[in-house]
Design a protein. Sequence first.
Length: 273
Amino acid sequence: MLYLIGLGLGDHTDITVKGLAIIKKAKRVYLESYTSIYCDDGINELQQFYGRPVIAADREFVEQNSDQILANAGNDDVAFLVVGDPLGATTHTDLILRAREKGIEHRIIHNASIINACGCCGLQLYNFGEVVSIPLWTDTWRPTSFLDKIEANIDHGLHTLCLLDIKVKEQSIEAMMRGRQEYLPPTFMAVNVAAQQLLESIKEKSKEKATKLTADTICVALARIGSDTQKITKGSLIQMLNVDMGPPLHSLIIVGRSLHHIENEMLKLYSMP
């Protein structure tokens, strides 16, 4: 049996009782380490807590060695651990499909993810639209399709949860061209970087027509949600340029509708000075 087990958002103690019982009896335990990160000491913390080895599974490992992950999973229990919820990112549906092709059963053990935990700021979850990912720009790659999706949500009077890019174990173009296994330092997009990209996207698009997202649109910055050091800050998009949310992971909510009075009261708790 292949088990995809959500670890939650805060630290090693967020595992469910059901998930922990499966991990302790599984033949092998893998930790997916590229769609998100832990706020604590990562794999070492997990190994101490579980009392057993945990195998790090980066993107390259999962994409190229899925057969190794699934080896004998028809007879043995294999645990694949994911920060947040196992299907918070569609990345892991591919592993499920590969298992099914081999006749291997799977089971999902759910947990909290940023997609539902973002409600901690007081915005009501049923007022959210499509989730948007904002990628880190480079000197030669500056996509702006995320702006179209945010504006579509605003059209429907819906808030937008923006997931901010992380880059873990990424190769430079030079390393790839030379065939070297050399990796860039991990990079985690901060709220102020996302705000800058959004403002530049607005400026570019406004050359053609007015945008619904503006510098004055109310936003909510989130950092390390689910941990003891989580931080929430409300302000306009342009104010987000100067916000310091501390260490990763960060997310950004674009408020897309007139707020219910309870939402308003909750957000007052997090207003910038």
